[in-house]
Each structure stands twice: as C-alpha cells, then as structure tokens.
Design a binder for this molecule. Structure first.
Ligand code: PHE
Length: 341
C-alpha cells in the first residue's frame, strides 16, 4: 500500500506538470481525488490493515492528499496567470499608433454650383427663401397669371399629384415669388434655389428633375435697368469681367416685359460651335418686370412699387463650370465621375 501511495503521488504530480490547461488540471483532480479516484480507492482499503499499520498508512495517505491538493491549486493558479498574460498580450492597444483616416467625401458638383450662385447673390444683398417642391397649382400657375386652360398647365408636361390638378410638383421656382410677396412687404430682395420637375424624357440635356434659382426684387422705382445691371453683375462674377450678355425679348405670363438672357458662347466666342449649337450664344435665364397683375394679386400697390424677377437654370451653369457634356452624369451618382470635383 505504501508503494501504491508513493506511485499515486509521483504520477499525479507529473501529470499535473504536463497539464496544459485548467480543464486537464480538473481531470487530474477527478482521476486521483474524485469519488472514484485512485487515492480515494486506497483510502477505502484502510479497514483491511492491521492496527499497527493503519495509523502509519493513514498519515502517509493524508500527506499524499495534502501534497496533491496543494500541487493542484498551484498548477491551477499558474495556468490562470499564463492565460491572463496571454490575453493581455493579445489585447494590447497601442494608443500612440496613428489612426486610419476614414475616406472623406466632398460636395456634389451641383451643390458647389448652387453654393457659388448663392454666394454671388448674398454678396449683392439678397436673402435666401425656401419653399415646398410639392406645390399648389394656384401658386405654380394661377397666381402667376397662368389661368386654367393655359398650355403650360398641360397634364403632359406637369407631374400632378391629384386628379383635380390642384396639387403638383412645382414646374418652376416662380411660385416662390408669390409665397414671398404674400408674406413680406417691400423692399423685397430674395433668391429661392431649389428643385423643379417636368415630364421630360432623360437625355444629355434634359432631366425630369432639375434645379432653378428664382430671383425677386420689389421696391419703389425698380426698372428694367436694375434688372439688367443686376444680371450683368451676376454674369460677370460667375464667368469673369467683360463677359458679354444679350437680352432677348421673350414671353412669360408673369412678367411684362419679359426677356431671356444669353451669354456669348465660351466655346467659339460667337462664331458658332457644337456647344452653342451654332448659335454663338448660350441661354442662361428667363427674366422680366413682375406683371402688375401678379403684384396686385399679392396685395402690393403697383402705383408705388415695381419689381423684376428672374429664373436661372442651374444644371446648365454647372455643366459649363465643370465642363460636363452630359447632364445624366450629374444625377447618376457614379463615384468615378463625382470623385473628380
Ligand atoms: N420660371 C421661368 C421658367 O421656368 C423663368 C422665369 C423666372 C422667367 C422669373 C421670368 C421670371 O422658364
């Protein structure tokens, strides 16, 4: 029995030293100290010993058990320390390593163009007005002197939202003239940039959604000269000093007189080329003196006040600014295209 106890001690200790994880340590404990363990089995045989042998063996068995228990606890804590060490090593965070920069985007070319436009007008003392893209037909048409039956109100051109044609996606930013005049009293000097919608097929120069910047000035003694001065100033700031403009008579229901403003083609200087479709001039905006009917409809005394308005197409401007030849590129959101600006 003595040899057996010595064997148990030796074998258990060597198995413990070989144990590579806490589970193996537990395995050793069960194997020797468990209910069916080797040491327990020996202890059960104590009763078969003689009276002289029993205390000697009992003492030895106790020693072995104590040695085993101590060795188990030691190995267990060694392994736990190793585990902690390994975790600390693998989870080390070096806070001094420079971070990885997330890719930073930039403004969309349309936003750049719009911002530049706004800056120019803000510099001339204009305020910015904002209004709905889903608009009442009365604001988009009727109050702009475009009565029912007018061809501009055709279903084929306009995205109506209701069967009775009373609500629509605004086809122009001009309803903002009405909204501002109904809410403010002159002097008025605003621009209203935003999206407009028309039932156009998509091609290189058309899109069912595009951007306009509306302008409106109402004050005492405003004349066509103010309109020309303001718009020439705008064009020079946009395209450079000395840029030539042309004011061409036109018709809009809500301005009288009305005009369209062209700039001399930057491609050919007026001789005619592909960019200006051999015109020599590029159309930039529509404008005119606010029609007295429109003014008085908004409660403005036409004996005292007059005004001018204009509507700029922003896409065309952006296309020239960035040398873009196909309008579709602006809205397709292809990163290879957008990343160039
Ligand atoms: N709303 C007109 C258009 O979309 C442009 C315009 C605005 C004309 C203001 C005159 C005055 O074509």
């Amino acid at each position: 029995m003595k040899r057996k106890l010595e064997d148990i001690r030796r074998e258990a200790i060597s198995e413990l030293n070989a144990a590579a994880d806490t589970q193996s340590v537990e395995g050793v404990r069960i194997k020797y100290l468990g209910k069916k363990g080797a040491l327990t089995a020996v202890l059960k045989q104590m009763g078969t010993l003689s009276d002289e042998e029993r205390p000697v063996m009992g003492q030895l068995a106790n020693e072995v058990r104590e040695a085993l228990t101590a060795a188990l606890a030691k190995r267990q804590s060694e392994l736990e320390a190793e585990l902690l060490e390994a975790r600390l090593a693998s989870e080390t965070l070096d806070v001094t390593i420079p971070g990885r920069r997330p890719p930073l985007g930039h403004k969309h070319p349309m936003t750049i163009a719009l911002d530049e436009l706004k800056d120019i007008f803000i510099g001339m003392g204009f305020a910015i007005a904002d209004g709905p893209e889903i608009e009442l037909a009365s604001y988009n048409f009727t109050k702009l002197n475009t009565a029912e039956g007018h061809p501009a109100r055709e279903w084929g051109d306009t995205f109506y939202m209701t069967e009775d044609s009373s609500v629509l996606l605004r086809t122009q930013t001009s309803p903002m003239q009405i909204r501002v005049m109904e809410e403010q009293t002159p002097p008025i000097r605003i621009i209203a940039p935003g999206r407009v919608y028309r039932k156009d097929e998509v091609d290189a120069t058309h899109s069912p959604m595009f951007h306009q910047v509306e302008g409106l000035v109402v004050d005492k003694g405003i004349t066509m000269a103010d309109l020309k001065g303001t718009l020439n100033q705008f064009v020079e700031q946009l395209y450079g000093k000395g840029t030539k403009t042309r004011f061409r008579p036109h018709h809009f229901p809500f301005t009288e007189p009305s005009c369209e403003v062209d700039v001399l083609c930057h491609g050919c200087g007026g001789a005619g080329c592909r960019i200006c479709k051999d015109e020599g001039w590029i159309e930039l905006l529509g404008a005119g003196m606010v029609h007295p009917k429109v003014l008085s409809g908004c409660g403005i005394d036409t004996e005292v006040y007059s005004g001018f308005a204009f509507g700029i197409g922003v896409e065309r401007m952006a296309m020239r600014r960035f040398d873009i030849t196909d309008l579709r590129l602006i809205f397709e959101n292809d990163m290879r295209f957008l990343a160039q600006f």
